[in-house]
Write a protein that binds this ligand. Structure first.
Ligand SMILES: Nc1ncnc2c1ncn2[C@@H]1O[C@H](COP(=O)(O)OP(=O)(O)OP(=O)(O)O)[C@@H](O)[C@H]1O
Ligand SMILES: [Mg+2]
Length: 408
């Protein structure tokens, strides 16, 4: 019989409704294997099967369905990891909610993965002057993503650049700094595909240290993150995303919408090797136009920087550095942001500006108040001569190290 079988696997009931909206053929829904057996026993082989990507054991189950119904067009709806994408035997893999205009029955057959990628690329490629979508990420936790994301935002805000930070680190961070109790005022608002005008978007934001932040409430659905980025991008020239660490489904989707990916690392052996693996993933799987930069954080000695540079030698990626900053390591106040308060006088702030300028391909404007008050003229990269590190850490007060800086 001519029908479409939907196996929502967690997307229920919206997936079935979305398939019904195609008006191609009657829709039957199987919530479990026994319903699938009953429906296909009664009605025979379906014209099309649409499977939600959250199905457990997705790859082997799709292979089994394909074997059982060789003439059926099989579509997987949702987000897949690169490994699943590699192995999946579906005819189509399409993001869910479906991209606008997605019709699986049209000839020539739509190739949604390709189309989604092209659309993302066009958005990134279109001439937007200083527009940036910056993903701040790292291979492991605690390398300084949140610190750098917020400091970048503050640095740009000082230059009168409208900027918004998206907190996409659902697994928590050192400070639990913008977790909110009410998910309605968070990135979870993007779980559904509803349009946000400027006022509605602003209503979701909280002010943190003078910067607008879209808070995180719980696990961020990859599609929700992409919708949040696209919405933020419509209203703000610079969008900075504080990502969860590692090679995640969120990163896999969001990277296609980014102009820059900043990979934080620190110099410990374990972290370096994880960062190398992470960069290899990016190199193998990253065909989006975003520029990748590695930032070595909490650098105490030139040796550390050399070690990381040697380990990352095979990757054609600019490597930037940020020195260890005692105030940051001991601080327990999440609002403590030294570049805001230093007036540009300290060496960390100088190094930060040099890093930020290169990391974002940014020409700091004359409005950059962080450079205005007696800041050294030379960028830190030029100041790297013997003694620079010594002068940075020579006279510091002995302070006990904050736990967060060394964990994981
Ligand atoms: N340059 C630095 N010098 C000294 N301490 C730093 C520096 N950068 C960050 N830190 C400290 O390191 C700790 C971890 O930083 P942060 O919370 O920004 O990392 P993260 O990558 O966001 O962590 P998580 O993965 O938990 O979200 C914090 O205590 C922070 O203050
Ligand atoms: Mg964090």
């Amino acid at each position: 019989m001519d029908y479409i079988l939907v196996i929502p696997a967690g997307h229920s009931p919206v997936l079935a409704q979305a398939v019904e909206a195609w008006r191609i053929a009657p829709v039957e829904v199987a919530h479990n294997p026994s319903e699938l057996t009953t429906i296909t026993g009664e009605k025979g082989e379906p014209r099309m099967i649409v499977v939600g990507a959250t199905m457990p054991n997705l790859v082997p189950n799709v292979a089994a369905l394909k074997k059982k119904f060789p003439n059926t067009r099989l579509i997987v709806a949702g987000t897949l990891t690169p490994e699943q994408l590699r192995d999946i035997q579906a005819d189509d893999v399409v993001r869910f909610p479906f991209p606008l205009g997605y019709r699986p029955d049209e000839d020539p057959v739509w190739t949604p993965m390709h189309a989604a990628k092209t659309a993302a690329q066009e958005e990134v490629d279109k001439p937007t002057g200083k527009d940036r979508v910056v993903l701040v990420t790292s291979a492991k936790g605690g390398d300084g993503k949140t610190t750098v994301a917020m400091q970048l935002a503050i640095w740009l805000a000082k230059q009168k650049v409208p900027v918004v930070v998206i907190d996409a680190d659902y697994a928590g961070n050192a400070h639990e700094w913008v977790k909110v109790a009410n998910p309605a005022q968070s990135i979870a608002a993007f779980d559904r595909e509803i349009p946000f005008d400027r006022a509605a978007f602003e209503g979701l934001l909280v002010n943190r240290g003078g910067v607008k932040v879209l808070p995180c409430a719980r696990v961020v659905h990859p599609d929700a993150l992409v919708r949040a980025i696209r919405t933020a991008k419509a209203f703000y020239p610079v969008v900075i995303v504080d990502m969860h660490q590692g090679w995640t489904p969120q990163l896999i989707l969001a990277k296609d919408f980014a102009t820059h990916i900043l990979v934080l690392t620190t110099a410990s052996e374990r972290r370096i090797s994880k960062t190398v693996e992470f960069l290899q993933e990016l190199k193998d799987k990253h065909d989006a136009p975003a520029k990748v930069r590695v930032i070595i954080n909490r650098v105490k000695h030139e040796d550390e920087e050399r070690r990381v540079r040697a380990a990352l030698g095979d990757y054609d990626t600019p490597i930037l550095t940020l020195p260890f900053q005692e105030g940051l390591a001991v601080d327990t106040d999440p609002d403590f942001i030294p570049i805001r308060d230093s007036g540009g006088k300290d060496q960390y702030a100088t190094a930060f500006r040099a890093m930020a300028t290169r990391a974002l391909d940014w020409n700091p404007s004359k409005n950059d108040e962080t450079t205005s008050k007696g800041a050294p003229k030379k960028p830190a990269t030029q100041a790297k001569k013997p003694g620079w590190f010594a002068s940075l850490f020579g006279g510091g007060q002995a302070l006990s190290k904050k736990k967060g800086a060394a964990r994981r």
